[in-house]
Write a protein that binds this ligand. Structure first.
Ligand code: XMP
Length: 326
């Protein structure tokens, strides 16, 4: 029976010294648990899996096999960042799987949000399973479970829960950050030398941009989501909002409206901007973006993103709206 209760004696990790002590202790524990065995880890590039991977690399080096699945629903530059940080800087044993076509083909024509989530989750397990079967001698499975995942059985990650690996691929679990809260995971990540852009990332749903390209996903509309999101992130970073606003992103719905460009009528999609503040995602308020910045972002999106002729700012708090559009 796994112990899933954070020890009462555990101090809140909020200084570099405490983070360093935690890292030393965990690295020793991981070395003891895994020995010269091999461990597999699905590395999304999110804070939790990245910190888990960096700890494991410190403990067992190339005996950690990181699998990064690019499902085509990641933000602009994310797969490249995972490869740069883990393969080039941390010298990790990284398997990069380009599964973009597989996912987008499976999702073609599917408009029901929960069905989309199920397909993305199930396909992810299938791709990961295939990679696991290609590896020899794996005994352990690393997972970036954090304490809120244990506490909230119906937490945000549960959205993504579509079962696990088949019975013949059951490995011993390795969960080095399972007693940490999110701020502690970030503190440990900083001490491990992970880049700020990775450690301080805003929350990002497992199904990624898939839930922000509402209805049936098409490649051109997905590109409009990715490009408009990149502009929003770039402007928030430049203007000091990136570390301040809890979650911000764009959504491109599957309907069009009329517009006019170069004296011709257009029939194109709107981009919806969302920027919310929250503590635990159960409720959210709207960030008051300075009007001049909002206008600048609108101008950039209209000039730079293909297939778009309108930009809207969603002012609806949660409740009554949810944070994502589907
Ligand atoms: P909602 O839209 O329910 O979102 O207000 C609350 C938080 O959860 C994130 N979210 C998800 N995270 N898988 C995830 O891992 C999902 O399917 C999913 N749907 C929403 C959302 O981004 C927000 O932070």
């Amino acid at each position: 029976m796994q112990n899933n209760v954070r020890p009462e004696s555990m101090k809140r990790i909020n200084t570099p010294e405490l983070a360093k002590a935690f890292i030393d202790e965990q690295v020793a524990a991981l070395k003891k648990q895994i020995g010269d065995g091999k461990c597999l880890l699905a590395l999304s590039g999110g804070v939790d899996s990245s910190v888990c991977a960096a700890l494991l690399i410190k403990a067992i080096g190339k005996n950690l096999v990181c699998v990064h699945v690019n499902h085509g629903l990641l933000r602009k530059g994310e797969p490249e960042q995972v490869v740069r940080v883990f393969r080039d800087q941390l010298n990790a044993n990284l398997v990069y799987v380009d599964a973009v076509d597989r996912f987008l083909d499976k999702l073609a024509g599917v408009s029901d949000p929960e069905q989309k989530r199920k397909i993305i989750g199930a396909e992810f397990i299938r791709v990961f399973e295939e990679e696991a079967r290609k590896q020899e001698g794996i005994k352990f499975l690393g997972q970036g479970t954090i304490y809120p995942d244990i506490l909230e059985s119906v937490g945000v990650k549960a959205h993504h829960n579509v079962g696990g690996l088949p019975a013949d691929l059951q490995f011993e679990l390795v969960e080095p950050v399972k007693f940490l809260y999110k701020d502690e995971v970030r503190c440990v990540g900083r001490e491990l030398g992970l880049p700020a852009g990775m450690v301080d990332r805003q929350p990002f749903p497992g199904p990624g941009l898939g839930v922000r390209c509402t209805g049936a996903i098409t490649r051109d509309r997905l590109e409009a989501v990715r490009e408009s999101d990149a502009i929003l992130r770039e402007e928030f970073e430049k203007n000091g909002l990136a570390g301040k606003v809890w979650q911000y992103f764009t959504t491109v719905p599957d309907y069009r409206s009329t517009g006019i460009k170069d004296n011709k009528r257009t029939w194109a999609w709107p981009v919806i901007i969302r920027a919310v503040n929250s503590v635990d995602a159960t409720s959210a308020t709207i960030e008051e973006i300075p009007y001049s910045l909002l206008k600048h972002i609108v101008d950039r999106i209209l000039a730079e993103v293909k297939g778009v002729n309108r930009v809207l700012y969603d002012l609806s708090p949660k409740p009554v709206a949810t944070i994502e559009w589907e």
